[in-house]
Unconditional design. Structure first.
Length: 105
């Protein structure tokens, strides 16, 4: 957790609403990096947390009723993580599908 906090301290422009970087959760940092960071920042967060964990955080946040990802960011990273961090279990894909359908209707 300390490495991710050091990462975000070096990039204060990504989370301009706070100066208490030690209290930020991984979810908030991943959201800020995916929404506002460049691709070097994305690669760095993937190196720190691992692609599976970043994909899991992204997918969980996208399933929420209120998703803070911009539409183009959400679309791009959904394609990116489906290609490079696929879900292995068939029931995870089924749950994601039905959650997505429920949110649309």
């Amino acid at each position: 957790m300390a490495e991710i906090n050091e990462f975000i301290k070096k990039r204060p422009g990504l989370v301009w609403s706070t100066t208490q970087y030690d209290k930020l959760s991984e979810e908030v940092i991943v959201e800020a990096v995916l929404n506002y960071g460049n691709f070097k920042d994305v690669n760095e967060i993937i190196r720190i947390l691992g692609i599976a964990k970043v994909a899991k955080i992204f997918r969980r946040d996208c399933r929420k009723y209120r998703c803070n990802y911009r539409p183009e960011i959400k679309h791009y990273f959904r394609l990116f993580f489906n290609k490079y961090a696929p879900r292995n279990k068939w029931y995870q894909r089924l749950v994601d599908f039905f959650d997505f359908r429920i949110l649309i209707t």
